[in-house]
Design a protein around this ligand. Structure first.
Ligand SMILES: [Zn+2]
Length: 148
């Protein structure tokens, strides 16, 4: 995982995020079983294109190249946990299927223990070392550089 500079919020979110969030929160209040937000909204084509542009069409977590038909949008903080962040630009990441759906097998790391790809560069250098093409956790780092 490398540091990724986040672009300004896409227009579709500028226009709609507040309303989409209010609608989703209202639906969840009326029906607590409705856990997931509508992916036709948070995975809008404009959002995918912005995220793909930021990461050179690579997964934010594992850095594998992704073809457009397989772009997935991950919530860094799960919408189930924080429905108010379901359409928050800072919480949306381009992810490959593997990282979005499987994460680390049999592991559920709390977000607080995960290094965010868009956190500041200083934090990345503090926790990760880049030796040629190898990326590793620095000795003593308590943050996982991947998944959650
Ligand atoms: Zn991945």
């Amino acid at each position: 995982m490398r540091y990724i500079q986040r672009l300004p919020k896409p227009e579709v979110l500028e226009k709609n995020a507040a309303q989409w969030t209010a609608d989703f929160l209202a639906v969840r209040t009326a029906n607590p079983n409705k856990k997931r937000p509508d992916n036709s909204k948070y995975a809008h084509k404009e959002i995918k294109n912005y995220l793909a542009g930021m990461s050179s069409k690579k997964c934010f977590y594992c850095e594998r190249p992704i073809v457009e038909s397989e772009y997935e949008i991950d919530h860094f903080i799960e919408a189930v946990e924080r429905p108010d962040l379901a359409f928050d630009w800072e919480n949306l990441y381009l992810s490959c299927k593997n990282c979005n759906r499987e994460k680390i097998p049999n592991t559920k790391l709390p977000n607080i223990e995960t290094l965010n790809p868009c956190s500041n560069k200083h934090l990345h250098n503090e926790h990760l070392a880049f030796d040629d093409e190898q990326i590793r956790s620095r000795d003593g780092s308590q943050l996982f550089p991947f998944g959650r």
